[in-house]
Write a protein that binds this ligand. Structure first.
Ligand code: SAM
Length: 219
């Protein structure tokens, strides 16, 4: 289902310059985005736009996801922590690249979303990805250290625990900025315990990262 739409999307993202790395292109070709999108809007799965997944949250536009995935230099065997499971789609792409010899854990603060992310991952063959309910701004101490940390909601600053839980040489990708505006996709490479090399990869717009080391909850 949707094979043609998925291939057309991949071709467009390559033409527009969002997709370049063979392993990321391969993952976009393989992972069925429509299986991560609510039934009533499934026909829009391969349009380049963010889509609502309920609870006021979104699955990002494919071009934004391409920027995120390409910026992290994911490779087979890596240990990847994602903050903000949402639909589970990003975690599936990461899992496709790192493979079962790697490890992917994704944390989601909204329990209902975590449940559907888990179901989406299971039905698409990525059931080995672990979905955890909790505040991802604190990271995941139980399995430190991480090769890559991917944050898919916007923080006011890079959360300190995430930097601490990164391996030397590891990379953390995150949107940083204000509520829904003036946000920049940052990639921080941990040079040593005290130094980060920070690269700015362009503007973006994400939902807020809500938690102890993010924004305060308005609930
Ligand atoms: N990566 C997702 C996907 O593939 O569909 C999209 C993520 S959506 C843009 C951001 C997600 O981050 C939301 O589901 C939101 O509930 C979650 N979130 C916000 N703050 C969080 C936190 N402190 N810990 C874990 N998840 C958080």
């Amino acid at each position: 289902m949707f094979e043609l739409e998925r291939e057309e999307l991949v071709e467009r993202l390559i033409r527009w310059g969002y997709l370049n790395k063979p392993e990321v292109v391969k993952a976009f070709r393989k992972v069925p985005r429509h299986e991560f999108v609510p039934d009533n809007i499934r026909d829009y799965s391969y349009a380049d736009q963010p889509l609502s997944i309920g609870h006021g949250q979104t699955i990002s536009a494919p071009s934004m996801i391409a920027i995120m995935m390409e910026s992290l230099d994911l490779a087979p065997g890596q240990k990847v922590l994602e903050i903000g499971a949402g639909s589970g789609y990003n975690a599936a792409l990461a899992a496709e690249i790192v493979g079962e010899k790697g490890r992917v854990i994704t944390i989601e603060r909204i329990a209902e979303l975590a449940k559907s992310a888990e179901a989406n991952l299971r039905k698409t063959g990525y059931g080995w990805v672990q979905v955890v309910v909790g505040d991802g701004t604190c990271g995941y101490e139980k399995e430190v250290l991480w090769d890559r940390i991917l944050v898919t909601a916007c923080a006011p600053t890079l959360p300190k625990p995430l930097i601490a839980q990164l391996k030397i040489g590891g990379k953390l990708g995150a949107p940083v900025g204000q509520h829904y505006m003036n946000q920049t996709w940052l990639v921080a490479e941990k040079r040593d315990e005290k130094n980060l090399k920070i690269q700015e990869c362009g503007g973006c717009s994400f939902v807020p990262l809500v938690g102890k080391h993010g924004w305060k909850s308005e609930d």
